[in-house]
Design a protein around this ligand. Structure first.
Ligand SMILES: NC(=O)c1ccc[n+]([C@@H]2O[C@H](COP(=O)([O-])OP(=O)(O)OC[C@H]3O[C@@H](n4cnc5c(N)ncnc54)[C@H](OP(=O)(O)O)[C@@H]3O)[C@@H](O)[C@H]2O)c1
Length: 296
């Protein structure tokens, strides 16, 4: 029989975000802990939009071991990590966005594992060839910034970014030396093999705002549509892509599991196997969809 861990020896982690109720990270890290025998707990914390910096400082000072940062705080987490002279990984520095922090005895370490998660999910799990591909990213927030360099490193030849707020896409494009395309003119954007939805519109009741005509003209022309969001039923964005004729529609569950495994390794020095956890999460979502047919 398995011995219960001594509560005093447990290391505590959580995901901080707003919203955060939808997050499957606690379930994933509980499965990783079970698989690897690492003595951790992992919760979720809803943080007020104005409270991120004070909330995470309080979290660290309470003796927590580390945190994941989710929407909309990743770029603020990067700024705070810099202010606090955290040890930042090269990829977090390049992304200017942080999704993983370790509070090692007052010396913070910070990383961004989103890009690694996306590339692993696309290439390894879904067999998508990125080398030489043209890719369009929708959104220019913390998640988009985290995946750009890893996509380029994987061989993406032409990377285009478009964002509802044009200035943000232009700034990000300039920083990474990629192309920005005007949101309202997306209908005229060049065809790309893959379109990645890195907006948080799917978390809002109205969904992702799309320029008129783009669903038919853009989403349908892509070979692959990838939504970083995931939900028990196909996301509204993926349903639109599929309805417009896109043959391969992939949600962000695999990315979530892969980035979580890299975060777990960053904290614990042990890399968990991701496939069994991905399969379990997929099963969880299917069960939830069957229980609540109307739920998203
Ligand atoms: N599967 C995974 O592992 C994974 C990992 C990371 C992120 N994500 C998901 O990716 C999404 C983005 O996260 P983030 O951290 O980048 O958030 P963020 O920093 O807050 O950025 C949000 C982005 O979405 C855009 N946006 C928000 N509402 C929109 C709407 N209704 N229509 C069109 N665009 C909209 C924003 O545009 P403006 O600049 O115009 O406001 C901005 O570009 C979230 O849904 C998050 O859950 C998933």
């Amino acid at each position: 029989m398995k011995q219960a861990a001594d509560p005093a020896s447990l290391a505590h982690y959580a995901v901080l975000g707003n919203p955060v109720a939808h997050s499957r990270s606690p379930r994933i890290h509980a499965l990783f802990a079970e698989q690897t025998g690492q003595p951790i707990t992992y919760g979720r914390e809803l943080v007020g939009l104005d409270d991120f910096e004070t909330a995470i400082e309080a979290f660290a000072s309470q003796g927590m071991a580390g945190a994941n940062i989710t929407v909309p705080f990743k770029t603020r987490a990067f700024e705070l990590a810099q202010t606090r002279r955290a040890l930042l990984t090269r990829r977090a520095l390049r992304a200017e966005s942080v999704n993983t922090i370790a509070f090692d005895h007052g010396q913070w370490r910070a990383d961004n594992t989103d890009g690694l998660g996306l590339v692993a999910d696309l290439q390894v799990r879904h067999g998508v060839a990125l080398r030489g591909a043209a890719v369009l990213i929708l959104g220019a927030g913390g998640a988009a910034q985290g995946v750009i360099e890893p996509l380029l490193a994987a061989g993406v030849k032409r990377l285009i970014i478009a964002n509802r707020t044009a200035k943000r896409a232009q700034e990000v494009a300039r920083r990474f030396g990629i192309e920005a395309f005007a949101w309202d003119e997306l209908v005229a954007a060049p065809a790309t093999q893959a379109i990645i939805n890195a907006t948080s519109g799917g978390l809002e009741p109205e969904g992702v705002t799309m320029p008129r005509g783009f669903v038919e003209s853009g989403l349908g022309r892509a070979v692959i549509c990838y939504d970083m969001m995931y939900s028990p039923k196909p996301t509204a964005w993926l349903e639109a892509a599929s309805g417009a004729g896109c043959a391969k529609c992939i949600d962000g569950l695999g990315m979530l599991v892969e980035q979580a495994a890299a975060a777990f390794a960053f904290w614990r020095g042990v890399l968990p196997a991701t496939e069994p956890v991905y399969q379990q999460l997929r099963k969880d979502l299917a069960e939830q969809a069957a229980l609540a047919p109307a739920a998203r």
